[in-house]
Design a protein around this ligand. Structure first.
Ligand code: MRU
Length: 364
C-alpha cells in the first residue's frame, strides 16, 4: 500500500471501539489490538502500544467517546478526559483533541454526547490525514529547492525518532515530504537515527521506509554530527510534540543535539508541525512538561531472539540507576522553519501568532 493509505488506527466494524497497530511488536511482527473502552485506550497510550503526538490525540478522542457510552454526565466527562490526558504529559495533541471533543459535546444533553463525540473523533482522525498530506506537499517544495542546489546526487535527509504514518493517522509529519518526494521521483536517501532508548527510528521509521521502498540507512544516534561535518546531510527534518508560542520545539530526546550540530555545519533544520501541536498558551519551551519514563528503557533493550520470540535483555550492570527524560527542547533560533499544513513558517512568535486561530476544527 502507498504510504498515504497506510493507517495505524481504524474504527472497528461495529463501531464498538478502535483497532490499532501494537507498535511494541514492530518491526518483528505486525499485530493489531482492539480497544473497546476508555480504560483500554488509556492503558494502550500509557504503555506505548501506540505513540506519536497526532496518533495519541486521535486515539484519546475515541477513548473519550467510548467513556461517554458508559457515563455521559458532566462528572463522567470530566473524569474520563482527565484520565486520558494524564497518560502522556508532553505531546499537546492529546489535550488538544480531548478539548476539542469536550467543547463539541458539553452543550449537548447527555443522551446525545457519546454519538457526537464518536463523530468528532472520526473528524479529528480524517483531518489528521489531510493535514499531514498538506505538510507533505509544502515540504516537497522545500525538498525540491534544496535538491536543486545539490544536483547530481540524491537528496540526503536525516530524521530522528518516528514521525511517520505510524505516529499519526496517516502519512506522518516529517515523513510526509519524504514519501511525496519519493513518489514524485526525486532521488532521496534518509539517514534514520536509531533513537535510543526506545529505538523508534530503528524499529518503526526503518520499517516504514523499507515498506515504502524509500532508500535509507540506520545510524547510531551519535553519528549525526559526524555525517553533517562530512557534508553527508543536506537537511534535517523532525516531528514535534509541542511548539511554544515563541517557536521553541519540543521533540524526542536527542533532537536538540541534532539541531546544534546542524547549526554548526550550516545544515537546514526543519520541523514538521501540524497546528494541533502548537501550544499558544506556552510562552517558551522551557515550561514544557517533559515526560520522565522508566529507567528500564535505558538499562534494558528488547529485540528478536533466534527462536522468534521478542525478548528483553539487560545492557547495564544489575541495579544501575538511570535517568530517562523522553523529550528535549530545541530553541527556536536553531530551527530553519516549521513545515505546517498552511505552508512553511519561521519559528517565531510573530509567525505563530498569525497561525494561532488556524488550527483545524478550532471553531467547532
Ligand atoms: O515517545 P514517542 O514515541 O511518542 O515520541 C514521538 C515523537 O517524539 C515524535 O517525533 C513526535 O510525536 C511527532 S510524531 C508525528
Amino acid at each position: 500500500m502507498a504510504p498515504g493509505g497506510e493507517r495505524p488506527l481504524r474504527e472497528l466494524a461495529e463501531r464498538d471501539g478502535i483497532e490499532i497497530i501494537d507498535q511494541r511488536a514492530l518491526p518483528h511482527r505486525l499485530t493489531w489490538g482492539a480497544l473497546r473502552d476508555a480504560e483500554a485506550v488509556a492503558d494502550a497510550i500509557a504503555q506505548m502500544w501506540l505513540r506519536g503526538a497526532p496518533l495519541i490525540g486521535a486515539a484519546a478522542a475515541y477513548g473519550l467517546a467510548l467513556a461517554l457510552r458508559r457515563d455521559a454526565g458532566d462528572a463522567g466527562l470530566a473524569l474520563a478526559a482527565a484520565r486520558l490526558a494524564a497518560t502522556r504529559p508532553t505531546a499537546v495533541n492529546l489535550a488538544w483533541a480531548l478539548g476539542r471533543v469536550r467543547r463539541r459535546v458539553q452543550p449537548l444533553p447527555p443522551a446525545e454526547r457519546a454519538a457526537a463525540a464518536w463523530a468528532e473523533a472520526g473528524r479529528i482522525a480524517e483531518e489528521d490525514v489531510a493535514t499531514n498530506g498538506a505538510i507533505g506537499e509544502h515540504g516537497l517544495v522545500l525538498l525540491r529547492e534544496i535538491a536543486a542546489r545539490r544536483p547530481g546526487r540524491p537528496l540526503r535527509v536525516l530524521t530522528h525518532c518516528n514521525a511517520g504514518w505510524l505516529a499519526t493517522v496517516g502519512w506522518g509529519t516529517a515523513t510526509a515530504p519524504i514519501y511525496k518526494a519519493h513518489a514524485a521521483g526525486l532521488p532521496i536517501e534518509v539517514w534514520v537515527d536509531e533513537t535510543r532508548p526506545r529505538n523508534q527510528g530503528a524499529s518503526l521509521t526503518a520499517w516504514e521506509l523499507a515498506r515504502a521502498g524509500v532508500p535509507h540507512r540506520l545510524v547510531a544516534d551519535n553519528a549525526g554530527g559526524h555525517l553533517m561535518q562530512r557534508g553527508e546531510v543536506d537537511l534535517v527534518i523532525v516531528g514535534c510534540d509541542r511548539v511554544a508560542a515563541n517557536g521553541d520545539v519540543c521533540n524526542k530526546i536527542g533532537t536538540y543535539l541534532k539541531a546544534l550540530a546542524a547549526r554548526d555545519n550550516g545544515v537546514p533544520f526543519y520541523v514538521a508541525m501540524p497546528l494541533s501541536t502548537f501550544d499558544p498558551g506556552l510562552p517558551g519551551g522551557d515550561a514544557t512538561p517533559i515526560e520522565e519514563r522508566s529507567a528500564r528503557e535505558v538499562t534494558h533493550i528488547a529485540g528478536l531472539a533466534e527462536d522468534g520470540r521478542i525478548v528483553e535483555v539487560a545492557l547495564a550492570p544489575e541495579g544501575t540507576d538511570a535517568a530517562n527524560p523522553a523529550f528535549d527542547v530545541t530553541p527556536a533560533r536553531l530551527v530553519s522553519g516549521l513545515v505546517t499544513e498552511r505552508g512553511v513558517f519561521a519559528a517565531n512568535a510573530q509567525a505563530l501568532g498569525a497561525l494561532a486561530g488556524a488550527r483545524t476544527g478550532e471553531a467547532t
